[in-house]
Design a protein around this ligand. Structure first.
Ligand SMILES: Nc1ncnc2c1ncn2[C@@H]1O[C@H](COP(=O)(O)OP(=O)(O)OP(=O)(O)O)[C@@H](O)[C@H]1O
Ligand SMILES: [Mg+2]
Length: 254
């Protein structure tokens, strides 16, 4: 049994009197790829933000490698966050910065490397996501699929132990979505990272996950291997799957 990297215990979180997470339990093991599947507005991004201290739980506890991080101060979170790479929903690249500066951003913030080391590291990370020689481009000059991959390169810049992906295929056409799924798998295999993917994309879940949790009513209502989800006869799961997952936002060009 491999070590537990991430644990949420009975986490509750609400906004303006509306409960979003109502007692969420989650355990993710070393080198596992765990997907949280759920519809729009259900609390997927909130869950990821709780894991890296960008939001705090109202109740319950958050652990990273057995350490209770629930009540850390911001300056202690800065150190814990170093172990995480986050691919934000919609990529969240800095529009006015080149690809080089986007990927170099966490390096400049956290390391005192010389310019040549930074350039070499950026080139390495871009190669890992299958993008070479795009350092001088601006995000607006790239396709949606390429922007996602730049966001992944930025997330792995500091060689995190855990990668969090927030809707990594949202807005992509099926072929670009497939390439992102391959990338998630290949990074897991090559870097041995632990990954959490939040998505409403059932195909992505099935392509990348060791285990899937279905988030609904503020907690995981189903947990298991991805094949089990499709084959489940549980009326609640069937209803959820047949309801399909509404895609928020508009299609990005790819
Ligand atoms: N900072 C915040 N302040 C107030 N309400 C918030 C905040 N963050 C999230 N919420 C609310 O919490 C709920 C869950 O939001 P969340 O962003 O986690 O949804 P999601 O599952 O990621 O949805 P989507 O698929 O649209 O990205 C929503 O009702 C949202 O409006
Ligand atoms: Mg979200």
């Amino acid at each position: 049994m491999s070590a537990t990297v991430i644990r949420l215990e009975q986490v509750r979180r609400g906004f303006d009197g509306k409960l979003v997470l109502s007692g969420l339990d989650l355990d993710v093991s070393e080198s596992e790829t765990f997907s949280i599947l759920g519809g729009s507005g259900i609390g997927k991004s909130v869950t990821l933000k709780l894991l890296i201290g960008l939001l705090r739980a109202d109740q319950g506890r958050v652990f990273f490698r057995g350490r209770d991080v629930t009540h850390l101060k911001e300056r202690e979170w800065v150190r814990v966050r170093r172990h995480f790479g986050m691919v934000f929903q919609g990529s969240a690249l800095f529009d006015s910065l080149s690809v080089l500066e986007n990927v170099a951003y966490p390096l400049r913030e956290h390391l005192r490397s010389d310019e040549e080391t930074i350039r070499r590291t950026v080139a390495e990370k871009l190669a890992l996501v299958g993008l070479e020689g795009v350092e001088a481009r601006l995000p607006a000059e790239l396709s949606g699929g390429m922007r996602k991959r730049v966001a992944v390169a930025r997330a792995i810049a500091l060689e995190p132990e855990v990668i969090l992906y927030d809707e990594p295929t949202s807005g992509l056409d099926p072929s670009n979505a497939g390439r992102i799924a391959e990338l998630i798998r290949s990074l897991q295999q090559r870097l041995g990272v632990t990954s959490i993917v939040v998505t409403h994309d059932l195909g992505l879940c099935q392509a990348v996950s060791d285990r899937v949790g279905l988030l609904r009513d503020g907690h995981l209502v189903w947990l298991g291997a991805p094949e089990g989800l499709r084959n489940s006869t549980d009326p609640e799961i069937r209803g959820f799957l047949q309801g399909s997952f509404p895609e928020p936002g508009v299609m990005e060009s790819s």
